[in-house]
Write a protein that binds this ligand. Sequence first.
Ligand SMILES: C[S@@+](CC[C@H](N)C(=O)[O-])C[C@H]1O[C@@H](n2cnc3c(N)ncnc32)[C@H](O)[C@@H]1O
Length: 266
Amino acid sequence: MTDDTAAINRANWDVWAAAHGQDAYYDSVGLVAGADSLTDVENAAVGDVTGLDVLHVQCHLGFDSISLARRGARVTGVDFSPVALEKARDLARRCAADVRFVEADATDLPPELHGRFDLAYATMGILCWIGDIDAWMRSVAATLRPGGRLVLIDGHPLSLMTAGLDPLVLDFPYAFDGPHEFSGTASYATETDPTTSVEFAHSLGEIVTAAVVSGLRITRLDEHLDSPLELGPGGPPGPDGRYRFQLSGQDLPVLYTLRAERPARA
Ligand SMILES: C[S@@+](CC[C@H](N)C(=O)[O-])C[C@H]1O[C@@H](n2cnc3c(N)ncnc32)[C@H](O)[C@@H]1O
């Protein structure tokens, strides 16, 4: 990621993080009262984390960091937004959760985090902010112990292309073609002043290849046809509360879960 791009996106996230936390998406009151923030898709992928060292990559306000700590994990949250981390630290204190938060770029995680984690967990709105996914995978893979695993859950690239379904409007590429700058960007969670952001497309092939090239062994790739969160073409959830991407009555993928591990022996 270039310094310019990182600076634009950090400023965007600082504005959003300042606004988030008093809304239905980021319900701080509920979290402090004991609510768990992981969705069913995230729960299915992480399993039991008791006693594990967990790195929560791009942790934002730390909702999932705190939820994982409450399950008995030793959690470090990392994000490049100092405003998000300030709120995350305050929330962890209010939740009496022992979580360490580190300010760093996910594509260049500091050596102090290398080789220390059983699980690197990154979910829901991750790689569209990252220009160089080879650097992201390398950096995140380096934080794992031998045998440690990565859980990456994110919007499916097919669904991220889509701005509307009726009529069908595609406003984003499927695969990487450089930065896309958006002005007047609105937060997904609440109202804020308009911001500028830079996003990147990455195909599923590019993501899987980046993981392999980083030395990780892919253990599973799931494509989900419904999602607990809206991360794609928009539209209301179905009667079951799930978001779908339907064309001509057929479901297309809205999310993916990539599971990979650092081989126990190279
Ligand atoms: C959509 S949020 C992730 C959502 C998160 N799972 C949650 O529970 O709220 C994306 C986060 O990525 C962070 N971010 C974006 N680019 C980053 C980078 N290059 N390095 C570190 N953090 C980054 C943002 O500051 C933001 O907090």
